[in-house]
Ligand binder design. Sequence first.
Ligand SMILES: Cc1cc2nc3c(=O)[nH]c(=O)nc-3n(C[C@H](O)[C@H](O)[C@H](O)COP(=O)(O)OP(=O)(O)OC[C@H]3O[C@@H](n4cnc5c(N)ncnc54)[C@H](O)[C@@H]3O)c2cc1C
Length: 362
Amino acid sequence: MAIEERIEENVPLAGLTTLGVGGSARYFLCARDEDDIPAAFRFAEEKGLDTFVLGGGSNLVVSDAGFGGLVVKIDLRGVRFVEPDENGFVIAEAAAGEDWDEFVAECVRRELAGVECLSGIPGSIGGTPVQNVGAYGQEVSETIVRVRCFDRATGEFVELSNAECGFSYRKSIFNTSEKGRYVVTKVTFRLGAGGEPKVVYRDLKEYFDERSSSLTEVREAVLAIRRRKSMVIDAADPNSRSAGSFFKNPIVAAEILGVIAAAEGSDVPSFPAGEGQVKIPAAWLIERAGFAKGYRFGEAGISANHSLAIVNLGRAKAADIFALMNEVRAAVKVRFGIELVPEPVFLGEKAALPQTATEPVV
Ligand SMILES: Cc1cc2nc3c(=O)[nH]c(=O)nc-3n(C[C@H](O)[C@H](O)[C@H](O)COP(=O)(O)OP(=O)(O)OC[C@H]3O[C@@H](n4cnc5c(N)ncnc54)[C@H](O)[C@@H]3O)c2cc1C
């Protein structure tokens, strides 16, 4: 069927996101085949439309006015595991539309190490390299070998090596220098056959109390810890109706810690983040700025189980989410002089979206 005949019109987007807010896409295509992708962009170009690539919608806030362009939902399928090499590593290739957590579960079932701490993160395989997803001391960039993409600049499919993806904390070329250029169609991972799980993060170490653990136990522990924080999508848990962590943990000059500690009269939690820099948990800043867990602001709120998640209490509009976001950012700025940077992507016409800094400014 020609691509024009498969493109739908006025498709509501809220139900395709985990936060569940926002309007419709003027045009919408579900891409099931790599060839659908160039065809979709040709259609958009002919019509002079903006485009947006949608994965699992778990890191996304859609504006109430929706999006006047073409949304291309990536629904490519297929996962393939290759026998271990002489060094005990297994290569796994996963198409971008596959569910990330189902892939993690399969890796753990096959006793392949490298992604176990990333259990329970919602979204698609193709979404993971975009912001280099990370949790409990592990990042997806640790196991990615290469990423296959459609390159909109050249109209060709390309294979980018790990180094070419430019990964760092919640960043890659896909959400910074080359934003909008590449559509991820397949990700190749290198996993340790029979490898040890990574237990470096405090919450996990405490959970196991120095006892050694298997990959399955680590996955179960991560899921249990995440469920307590409503960080696993669960229709029965209203606190999980979110876009995950709403703000990145700010990275600031180490001297700032002392200034904040003196002003607050207490220690400030922090983690090393490269030379002369530290990462401060945004959750701590938000709580100290006066937003307790369970704080309500109209139909939006702070999760009762995690101060870093903004939740849709049921009937929220995108405007409610943005209003609470602005209130939190303003309070943190006034108290600490730190600009919190939102983690989710905002989709909509520019005028309908809040303007936010792209980097923390101290
Ligand atoms: C409850 C909850 C918990 C979460 N926990 C974590 C966590 O622990 N750690 C973490 O890092 N994140 C977390 N997240 C955020 C989110 O799950 C991840 O960022 C996820 O990888 C997003 O993938 P997605 O497919 O849903 O992307 P989407 O939300 O659909 O899109 C996000 C961005 O990626 C782009 N994109 C998506 N697919 C592709 C593709 N195939 N090619 C090119 N660009 C693409 C989109 O254009 C958009 O810019 C959490 C979210 C929720 C709701």
